[in-house]
Ligand binder design. Structure first.
Ligand code: GAL
Length: 716
């Protein structure tokens, strides 16, 4: 009797919980392969609205058609006590990626994360520079939670009573297979708000889901050509003469340079900031900017947003500031249009309007002990948490809008971003400076529509300098961040030539980098991304009878079970496998398909694990069969608008090659009016001879391509 009452109570409880979670969400397809669901009363101040996102409809229309990627009834939600509880199904063998810019892990299944904008503190716990509430699955779908709140994610850890696959109950006393982490079949998410918008992205591939997310964000950013050249950041208290001298030494020594960054000392006061030039160090900013522009070098300015009482705009912004200061500076509530006029007006006047090419927006991430606290309040009524999650996003949006209005592209740096920011021309950086983890971050950046630079700033040895420099060359922004110690590319004479060769290679590859960024913008494909987004990298497991995997038969099992985070894809065709200080050789997992050495064109393998000992001078890079890499001559600065450039088209392997080469003026937003072209390059081998062609520039479109030659890299 007792037993049956117990059973009855259990069932009552079970159905009650089932009811609690039974609230299914209705879905509307808002773009091809993207569904929006609403639960409760979503807040008005959400990530997509703050970012001012407008989807790139034409790009989404070109994506493969796909149906809703999950069983709709299995996605449930509940709004209770001012909070939203969400549950998404998870299958066995499914791996998850994303949840923002993580530095140590690529696999996210099994994590508990609180997504919170912060300075990265050494742990992948959700506190990072871009804690994007977006994840993708190996099953080929993506999920975005459009909330500017600190969201808690149980990524396959929580076990609910009404799970579809309830884990076996085991006796810890006797059963060795007992686990402290019973199987979980869901991603559960807690949003501290009484409603939220959810977006589901179809595949069919994981990369397709990422692309759809980026295209919903308006497409990835397209930097100006010069943004893909080198940048050197000056020491903190450099003056105008220091800038001129720096540019001169780069030129004399023959190292490429496209933009120089000024650190806090350009401002009359900093921490808190004035947004005004220091007229002792920089008596004639207009003259300096002009002089540098004549040398094809642009200037970028560091700033943080916290304003000093000595800033001319301080008084007018005081009524719009938050209740707490940061380093004794006021925190302007830039979610208010009137305050933005004054605040961004000061960043434009005497800076952008005299030719400053962009900003480095510092300190909009954290940490908690110096940023505004969560008890702060802001005149707009948005609370401290919402401001924390979005300040970096707003800074990016409103600075880039100034450039957009001037029809001039920018490419800057920022320390915090969030969901919705893929189209902003900013690269995230920090001071953490761990080479291995920087590469993991580079892999992860591609899951969430952000860019990350594995910058170089200092090194203990020449080996470390060169190894870091090599990774920097294969990244979104080739940055030498010498703000603290003034390190130059040639600072380690033992490797100065090798560094120059690498820097030149970056410049030669500019037509490739530029085209790959165009694919980020127009097709949503991240230019730098994890191996797990690559076809032929993850395949179904082959587990032998004794439950062990046969790594000889199936090298991919290693990739499925052990995270691969030390190699990544750069553009359509390249696989980059950096070496770290002290390493002489390393393993590289090649996806299925034939792969070739980037430097020699020699065949290296197909769907296997290879070992390489490249020597100090080389970073291992491999090219997919049929790969086409368009190269230009070595130049010290990016080509200017309208400058014709000769191309050498390198071709690898023997599969017919096909490449979309992008071209436009490289500086303005005219591409938004259709003033650009993708030109088809076709290469094949006939009787051992290479036959190549490039489509002419369509009439009325830019044509910056001079003489074209072809180079067969692989000789059989
Ligand atoms: C740090 C930033 C550095 C540098 C420095 C200047 O917050 O990460 O790159 O700009 O401030 O004070």
């Amino acid at each position: 009797m007792k037993k049956s009452i117990g059973l009855l109570l259990f069932y009552l409880f079970f159905s009650f919980t089932a009811i609690l979670y039974a609230q299914s969400i209705s879905w509307t397809e808002i773009e091809s392969g993207i569904w929006k669901g609403v639960i409760g009363q979503p807040e008005k101040f959400d990530l997509l609205k703050v970012a001012g996102v407008q989807s790139y409809h034409a790009g989404l229309e070109q994506m493969p058609k796909a149906g809703f990627p999950l069983i709709q009834q299995e996605i449930t939600g509940l709004v209770k006590g001012g909070k939203t509880y969400l549950r998404f199904p998870l299958e066995k063998n499914e791996q998850l990626f994303g949840f923002g810019l993580n530095f140590q892990s690529v696999f996210q299944r099994g994590k508990v994360l609180t997504l919170h904008v912060d300075n990265y503190g050494g742990k992948d716990n959700g506190r990072t520079h871009a804690p994007i509430p977006f994840y993708v699955s190996t099953k080929g779908y993506g999920i975005f939670i459009n909330s500017a709140r600190y969201i808690t994610v149980y990524a396959g850890t929580a076990v609910s009573l009404n799970s579809k696959s309830v884990p076996d109950i085991k006796d810890r006393n006797m059963d060795k297979s007992w686990s402290s982490h019973p199987y979980s079949d869901a991603v559960e998410i807690l949003v501290p708000a009484a409603g939220v918008e959810i977006y589901i992205f179809a595949g069919p591939t994981t990369l397709n889901a990422v692309s759809r997310y980026n295209l919903l964000n308006g497409g990835g950013c397209l930097p100006p050509r010069w943004g893909l050249g080198f940048t050197q950041r000056m020491q903190r208290l450099t003056n105008a003469q220091g800038v001129v001298n720096e540019a001169k030494s780069f030129e004399e020594k023959g190292y490429p340079l496209d933009f120089i960054g000024l650190e806090p000392g350009w401002q009359s006061k900093s921490y808190p900031c004035t947004f005004e030039w220091d007229n002792t160090r920089f008596p004639d900013p207009i003259g300096l900017v002009q002089e540098m522009l004549k040398k094809n070098i642009r200037i970028n300015l560091w700033t943080n947003p916290y304003l000093s009482p000595q800033a001319p705009i301080y008084k007018s912004l005081l009524p719009y500031s938050g209740s707490h200061t940061v380093w004794n500076g006021i925190v302007t509530d830039i979610s208010i249009p009137e305050s933005r006029k004054i605040f961004f007006g000061a960043l434009e006047k005497g800076k952008i309007d005299i030719g400053i090419s962009g900003y480095k927006i510092d300190e909009v991430d954290g940490g908690d002990d110096f940023l505004w606290p969560d008890v702060a309040n802001f005149p707009s009524g948005h609370d401290a948490e919402q401001m924390r999650q979005t300040y970096g996003l707003m800074m990016q949006r409103y600075t880039s809008e100034i450039y957009h209005q001037r029809n001039q592209r920018t490419f800057g740096l920022v320390r915090a971003s969030n969901g919705g920011g893929a189209s902003f021309p900013y690269v995230i950086y920090n001071d953490y400076y761990n080479h291995q983890d920087f590469i993991t971050a580079l892999s992860n950046s591609g899951f969430g529509g952000v860019l990350w630079t594995p910058e170089v700033r200092s090194s203990k040895t020449a080996e470390e300098w060169l190894r870091r420099f090599q990774s920097n060359v294969f990244s979104p922004m080739a940055m030498i961040n010498a703000w603290t110690n003034g390190t130059k590319p040639w600072s380690f004479p033992e490797v100065a030539d090798q560094v120059k060769t690498m820097a030149n290679l970056r410049m030669q590859m500019m037509p490739y980098w530029y085209s790959e960024f165009a694919k980020y913008h127009f097709r949503g494909i991240p230019p730098f991304r994890s191996m797990y987004l690559e076809d032929g990298f993850t395949i179904a497991s082959t587990i032998t009878e004794n439950g062990r995997v046969n790594l000889e038969e199936n090298p991919y099992e290693e990739a499925r079970t052990k995270e691969v985070k030390d190699q990544y894809m750069a553009g359509e065709y390249l696989l980059v496998a950096p070496l770290f200080t002290g390493q002489i050789s390393r393993n590289v997992i090649l996806p299925i398909g034939k792969w070739y050495d980037f430097y020699t064109g020699i065949y290296v393998g197909d769907g296997e694990v290879i070992s390489t000992t490249p020597g100090l001078d080389k970073i291992p890079v491999y090219v997919k069969d049929g790969g086409i890499i368009p190269m230009m001559p070595v130049m010290l600065h990016a080509p200017k608008a309208g400058q014709k450039i000769d191309l050498e088209i390198r071709y690898y392997g023997d599969k017919p090659g096909n490449y979309s080469l992008y071209d436009d003026d490289g500086e303005t937003y005219d591409y938004e009016k259709g003033i650009y072209s993708f030109r088809q390059i076709l290469v094949k081998i006939i009787n051992g001879k290479l036959q190549g062609s490039i489509a002419p520039a369509p009439i009325g479109k830019p044509d910056n391509i001079g003489n074209v030659t072809y180079k067969k890299m692989t000789n059989y």
